[in-house]
Design a protein around this ligand. Structure first.
Ligand SMILES: [Zn+2]
Ligand SMILES: [Zn+2]
Length: 147
C-alpha cells in the first residue's frame, strides 16, 4: 500500500493526513502481529523517520479514537495496537516475555457454523487469543531449580 491508499483511509475515517500518521499507519499495515508503541518507535527509526515516542502515542490515540486501530491490553503495563479489519488473525501470546506469534489460519470457522445452528445467533466476528509460555521462556523456567 502506498501514500494514496493511506490518504484515502484517513479521509474515510475523518483523520487529517500528516506525515507522522502515514508512517505509523504504514508500520501497522505491514505488521503481521500487533505492535507496542515502543516497537513502532523502533521500526520508524529503522525506516529513517524521526518521530518521538510521545508523538507515536498521540497518533495511536487518534487512530484508536477513530476506530481505525484497536488497542488491546495484554498485561497491566503492556498494550499492543493493530489495524482493525485487516484480515483476521489469532495470536499466541507469551505471558513472560510478551512475544506474539500470529496463527496462519482461523481454527473457528467450523465451530462458528455449528454454534450458529445451535443458537440461531448470527455471528459476525469473534476474538480469540492463546496465552502461555513461549519455548524460550518455558526452557528458562525448567532450568530454574524449584524451591
Ligand atoms: Zn516468552
Ligand atoms: Zn478466527
Amino acid at each position: 500500500m502506498g501514500a494514496n491508499q493511506y490518504r484515502e483511509i484517513f479521509r474515510k475515517n475523518n483523520i487529517k493526513t500528516t506525515k507522522q500518521r502515514e508512517v505509523v499507519l504504514d508500520i501497522l499495515m505491514n505488521a503481521t502481529v500487533p505492535l507496542t508503541a515502543e516497537e513502532i518507535y523502533v521500526k520508524q527509526m529503522e525506516g529513517e523517520s524521526n518521530i518521538s515516542l510521545s508523538t507515536i502515542y498521540r497518533v495511536l490515540d487518534v487512530f484508536v479514537s477513530k476506530c481505525l486501530v484497536q488497542k488491546s491490553n495484554i498485561s497491566d503495563n503492556k498494550a499492543v495496537f493493530e489495524v482493525i479489519g485487516m484480515g483476521h488473525k489469532h495470536h499466541l501470546i507469551c505471558l513472560i516475555c510478551g512475544k506474539i506469534i500470529a496463527l496462519d489460519h482461523c481454527p473457528m470457522g467450523e465451530y462458528e457454523k455449528a454454534l450458529e445452528e445451535e443458537t440461531q445467533f448470527e455471528i459476525t466476528s469473534h476474538k480469540l487469543a492463546f496465552f502461555g509460555y513461549c519455548p524460550i521462556c518455558k526452557q528458562k523456567n525448567e532450568r530454574t531449580p524449584k524451591t
